[in-house]
Design a protein around this ligand. Sequence first.
Ligand SMILES: NC(=O)c1ccc[n+]([C@@H]2O[C@H](COP(=O)([O-])OP(=O)(O)OC[C@H]3O[C@@H](n4cnc5c(N)ncnc54)[C@H](O)[C@@H]3O)[C@@H](O)[C@H]2O)c1
Length: 258
Amino acid sequence: MSAPVAIVTGAAAGLGAAIAERLAEDFGTLLLLDIEEAALADTAARLESLGVEVHTARCDVRREGDVKNAFDVAASIGRPAALVNGAGIGVFTPFLEITEDQWDNTFAVNTKGSFLMCREFVSRTEGPAAIVNIASIGARLGGDMLAHYGPSKAAVIEMSHSVARICATRGLRSNTVMPGLILTDMWLRTIKELRRRDAALAGISDTDVFDSFVAQMVPMGRAQTPGDIAEMVAFLLSDKARNVTGQTIAVDGGAVMT
Ligand SMILES: NC(=O)c1ccc[n+]([C@@H]2O[C@H](COP(=O)([O-])OP(=O)(O)OC[C@H]3O[C@@H](n4cnc5c(N)ncnc54)[C@H](O)[C@@H]3O)[C@@H](O)[C@H]2O)c1
C-alpha cells in the first residue's frame, strides 16, 4: 500500500508552515504547496532535517491547472490521506473602501482555492482520509473591517459542510478550524495598512498594536500561537477524531463562542 501523504497549502509561512511541522510527527510524507517558492524551499529544508520526506510544488490555489498538477505530484509519491487548506489572504479594510478587485481576489484565494483543492482531493481519494479547512473567527464576527474576508471564510465553512456530507459514507471527513489572533505576516500587513490610515499609531510598535486587538477581542486575554492551531488540525486529521465531521472549531481564547 502506498504511503499516506499530507498536503498543506500556504505552507511557506505562518500557520501553514507550523501545521506542516506538526504533521511531520504524524505523517511520513508531506506535500507542501505555496506560491512563494523560496520560502517554501526553506520550510521544506527545515522539515527534512526532522527526518520526514518532504515534496514541494508551486501551486496558486486560484488556478485549477496548478491544483490538478499538485495532485498529480501527490499521486506520484503516495496516497493523498490528509489535506489542509491553509493558503489565505486578508487585510483589514473599511467597508466603503473594499474594491471589486480586492473582493474578487479574496474570494479567489480563500474560497475558490479551498473549493478547488477539496474537489480534487475528493475526486482522487478514497477514505480513510480527512480535510481541515482553515477559516477564521472573522467568519462569525461581522467585523467592520472584514466585510470581504469574513464572508470569504464563512463560505469555506459551508463548503466544508457539503464535503462532509458528500463524503461521510466513504470515511472521508471534512472539518474547519477558525483561528483567532496570531501574529503572522498576515497581521503585520494589516498593521501596516492601519498605520497608513491612522497617524496615531506612529509611535506604537507592531507588537503593541497587535496586543491591543488581543486585549479587545480575546476573553482569555492572550494571543494564539501557530502551534495552537497546528495541534487542533493534527487532532482533526487523526483517528482520534474519527467520529468528527462537518464541524467548525474556534481556537481563539473564547473570542467566538459557538
Ligand atoms: N494569522 C491570523 O491571526 C489568522 C487568523 C484567522 C485565520 N487565519 C488564516 O490562516 C491562514 C494562514 O494565515 P497566516 O496568518 O499564516 O498568513 P501568512 O500570510 O503568514 O501565510 C499565508 C500563506 O499563504 C500563501 N498564499 C497566499 N496566496 C496564495 C495562493 N493564491 N496560492 C497558494 N498559496 C498562497 C502565502 O504565500 C503564505 O505563505 C489563512 O487562511 C488565514 O486567513 C489567520
